[in-house]
Design a protein around this ligand. Structure first.
Ligand code: SAM
Length: 234
């Protein structure tokens, strides 16, 4: 998968994209990720990318020209390929595991990060992008939202976690939360690992884990259980 990130602050993304699971996926060629700065496409000597809103009001708005020019420049480098554009905005569709799964099927994503008061509305209406929000709160910029989205997507790419099944039991993958996990020591400050996990009986372990997933989901996220029922799943 190829991911291009258009941003005013590539330096806020690059060190994170070079670390951990995403960094390893890039190193092994599972994903290739590049950041492009809108400011390189400013048209004046002050490298202006934002301006005051028409009609008045606080803050500055990202201008159309540098955003369209950056997007067209990035996409012109790969003619013949179709990109899926994603605009990061608190007003977009809420990011869920299902959305991450859908986006992980794409060959090429172009993510657009806003800043200041956000984008000129003609960017939103003119570029035919999927609009994604990472939650009902407002961040100062789209960079942290892009990092969240990239992490959620890249870990789903085949081989990214080092084992095909590693993401399989993760919370939300089939609408349930994950079961509790334990590692050594067997007992810590009086808290013991459940016997079943030490039994070596894979059938019982499997059954216990499933039970725990259902109990946890019912206790913490009954809305997810309702979604499963609505989808006709057991
Ligand atoms: N004035 C805008 C509004 O009220 O809808 C918010 C602009 S926000 C300060 C600046 C940028 O941060 C946005 O253009 C977007 O790219 C990003 N951003 C902020 N919150 C976000 C969220 N919850 N999800 C995704 N991106 C977000």
């Amino acid at each position: 998968m190829r991911i291009d990130v258009l941003t005013l602050f590539p330096e806020a993304l690059e060190p994170v994209l070079a670390s951990s699971i995403v960094g390893r996926a890039v190193e092994s060629g599972i994903a290739s990720i590049a950041c492009t700065n809108f400011r390189e496409f400013a048209r004046d000597k002050h490298r202006t990318v934002d301006d005051r809103p028409f009609g008045g009001g606080p803050g500055m708005v990202l201008m159309c020209e540098p955003v369209f020019d950056a997007l067209e420049h990035v996409e012109a480098g790969h003619e013949g390929q179709a990109s899926t554009r994603v605009l990061l905005t608190p007003q977009g569709e809420r990011l869920t595991q299902r959305v991450a799964q859908e986006l992980s099927q794409e060959a090429w994503l172009v993510l657009l990060c806003g800043h200041y008061e956000g984008f000129d509305e003609r960017i939103r209406t003119g570029i035919d992008a999927r609009e994604i929000s990472i939650g009902d709160y407002v961040l100062s910029g789209g960079e942290s939202a892009a990092l969240v989205l990239i992490d959620a997507i890249v870990r789903l790419l085949p081989g990214a976690l080092g084992g095909e099944s590693s993401a399989h039991d993760d919370s939300f993958t089939d609408g349930l939360l994950e079961y509790p996990q334990y590692t050594r020591p067997r007992e810590f400050r009086g808290m013991a690992v459940p016997d079943v996990l030490l039994s070596g009986d894979h059938g019982s372990i499997e059954a216990w884990r499933r039970e725990q997933r259902i109990e946890r989901t019912l206790a913490r996220r009954p809305d997810l259980m309702q979604d499963r029922r609505d989808e006709g799943r057991k």
